[in-house]
Structures are given as structure tokens and as C-alpha cells.
Design a binder for this molecule. Structure first.
Ligand code: AMP
Ligand code: ZN
Ligand code: FE
Ligand code: FE
Length: 283
């Protein structure tokens, strides 16, 4: 069984529609695909419909924008009830913050000699309810300011970069609680990718596991090198956390994250499903 549990569609900042993504999953030989768009459940219905036709199982998920002392942390939730109001309210607040920071980013880009209009951004966002920096990057590419998303992030859009603007995100402890109360299983995405080990210390992960009932962490992720994976796996074992492996595929938006480049152990997937079922979440 081949299982990839962290992917994005064009409903957030991936480049494949949910239908295209599910078809690609079948072509890549995946049996299970987790769709985890940023801060929205909107792609799940389409993904599920497409999945039936190609014999892939879709595990419903979300990647929630959280923060810990101001630093960005991504929290995956699997099997959440997509009608649980407190979670929906929080996600709506995050999405408002996503759009709300755009004027500040556009001002900074204009000052850097890269003017863009809100209409040019909207063309990249399309029907996505979840505006992200990758859409801004795509608009920069379309204008010829940079050659690809990666260059836009490396030079201008990275956290704290010259065209970066902060935005509202959910407190991490509250995010973990909300996902659990929605019947879901909370898992921290790429916990030690891109320098996040500074905030997400072993002590903090321990507190989240013991006091907030965090249940898993991503270990096999393209942003983790071999040594990081060894250390994370040891920590997970000590804390009794599930360890997941996923591509974080974004279609053409991230060339280093092809679908199924990292996978999750079938026994871990079975345990996720068991827990979601036991607490009445959505499969
Ligand atoms: P946002 O949702 O606006 O905070 O943008 C976050 C998304 O941008 C992430 O989920 C990635 O898809 C992408 N991203 C963030 N940092 C980088 C980076 N340094 N290089 C490439 N992509 C990045
Ligand atoms: Zn993304
Ligand atoms: Fe992420
Ligand atoms: Fe992601």
C-alpha cells in the first residue's frame, strides 16, 4: 500500500485541481491520498468524487496556519468534521488575514520596483478561497520579475523577507485542541523544516503531546535532511507520537516535492483511521 498524506490542490496554493491531483495520485501508484489544503476544506468534495472513479482513497485533511510565539507552524488535521463551527470560524479568520495582508505586500513589492495590482494577484488566485504567498510569487513570475516561485521566495517572500507581511494565524495549542474537538487527529507538518527547530523545541513538542494531545509529527518530508529525521523519529518514539511521511506536493509549484516522493507506513495510516473512527470524525 502506498500512502501520501500531505498534498495541496488549486483550492489553496497547489496547481492541480482536486480532480487532476487524484488522477495523478492513481498514476503515481498511490492507494491513499491525503488532501490537506491550507485553511480550507473546500476541495474535499471534488477530490472524493474523482477518487471513486480511479480507485484511490482520499483521506480528508487540512493544513492549518498556526503560530508559536509569532513563528509560523503548520498543523495538519486528519478526519475533522468539516461542519464543526468553532474550527470553521477560526479558519475563516485565518483566510481573512491571508487576504488582508496583501496590500502591505504589494506596497513593499512596489517599493522594490515590482509593482503588481490586486487584479493581477486575483488572476493567480482563481477560485481559491485561501490566498497565499505562492499566488503572489506566480504573479511575479507572470510579470517577469523572477523566474519561478522558488526565486520569489528565496529573494523576497520568505518569512521576514523584504516583501513579507505578517498575518493572523491560530495559536498552535488552540489549533491542536480545535482539531481534536472536530473529531480529527492533529499532526505537526514538517516540524523542523526551514529552521523551525528554534521554536518547536523537544520541550515544546513534549508539552503539546502531553498536555494538548498532539498525536503525530511529519518525519519523512522533503524539508528534513537525514539527520533531522533520525532525531525526530527518536523524539516521536519517546513521546508516543505517530510518524508520518508525505510529499507536500504543490503540483508545478514545488519542483522538489513530486507526488509520492515520501510515503507513510500503512500501519500508521491504519492507526490514524482507527482513531478518527473512534472519535466520530469524518472519513
Ligand atoms: P502562506 O500560506 O502565504 O504563508 O505561504 C506558505 C506557503 O508558501 C507554504 O505552504 C509553501 O507552499 C510556500 N513556501 C513557504 N516558504 C517557502 C520557501 N522558502 N520556498 C518555497 N515555498 C515556500
Ligand atoms: Zn502551500
Ligand atoms: Fe506547510
Ligand atoms: Fe503543505
Amino acid at each position: 500500500m502506498r500512502i501520501d498524506l500531505h498534498t495541496h490542490s488549486s483550492v489553496s496554493d497547489g496547481t492541480d485541481t482536486p480532480t487532476q491531483l487524484v488522477r495523478k495520485a492513481a498514476e503515481a501508484g498511490l492507494d491513499v491520498l491525503g488532501l490537506t489544503d491550507h485553511d480550507t476544506f473546500d476541495g474535499l468534495r471534488e477530490a472524493r468524487l474523482a477518487a471513486e472513479a480511479v480507485g484511490v482513497v482520499v483521506l480528508p485533511g487540512i493544513e492549518m496556519s498556526c503560530q508559536l510565539e509569532g513563528a509560523s507552524v503548520h498543523l495538519l488535521g486528519y478526519g475533522c468534521n468539516p461542519h464543526f463551527e468553532e474550527l470553521l470560524d477560526e479558519l475563516a479568520r485565518v483566510r481573512v488575514g491571508r487576504s488582508g495582508r496583501l496590500p502591505e505586500m504589494l506596497t513593499k513589492l512596489a517599493e522594490l520596483g515590482m509593482p503588481l495590482t490586486e487584479t493581477e494577484i486575483a488572476e493567480q488566485v482563481g477560485a481559491s478561497p485561501s490566498l497565499g504567498r505562492p499566488h503572489v510569487a506566480d504573479a511575479m513570475v507572470a510579470k517577469g520579475y523572477v523566474k519561478d516561485r522558488q526565486e520569489a521566495f528565496d529573494r523576497f517572500l520568505y518569512e521576514g523577507g523584504p516583501a513579507y507581511a505578517n498575518r493572523y494565524s491560530c495559536q498552535l495549542r488552540r489549533g491542536v485542541e480545535l482539531i481534536r474537538r472536530a473529531g480529527g487527529v492533529p499532526v505537526i507538518a514538517h516540524p523542523w523544516g526551514r529552521g523551525r527547530d528554534r521554536e518547536l523545541t523537544p520541550a515544546m513538542l513534549s508539552e503539546l503531546a502531553m498536555e494538548y494531545r498532539l498525536e503525530g509529527i511529519e518525519v519523512d518530508h522533503p524539508d528534513h535532511d537525514a539527520d533531522t529525521r533520525v532525531r525526530l523519529r527518536a523524539l516521536a518514539e519517546r513521546l508516543g507520537l505517530l510518524t508520518l511521511g508525505s510529499s507536500d506536493h504543490h503540483g508545478l509549484g514545488k519542483v522538489n516535492n513530486p507526488l509520492a516522493c515520501e510515503t507513510t507506513d500503512p500501519a500508521v495510516y491504519t492507526e490514524l483511521v482507527r482513531r478518527i473512527r473512534a472519535r466520530g470524525g469524518q472519513l
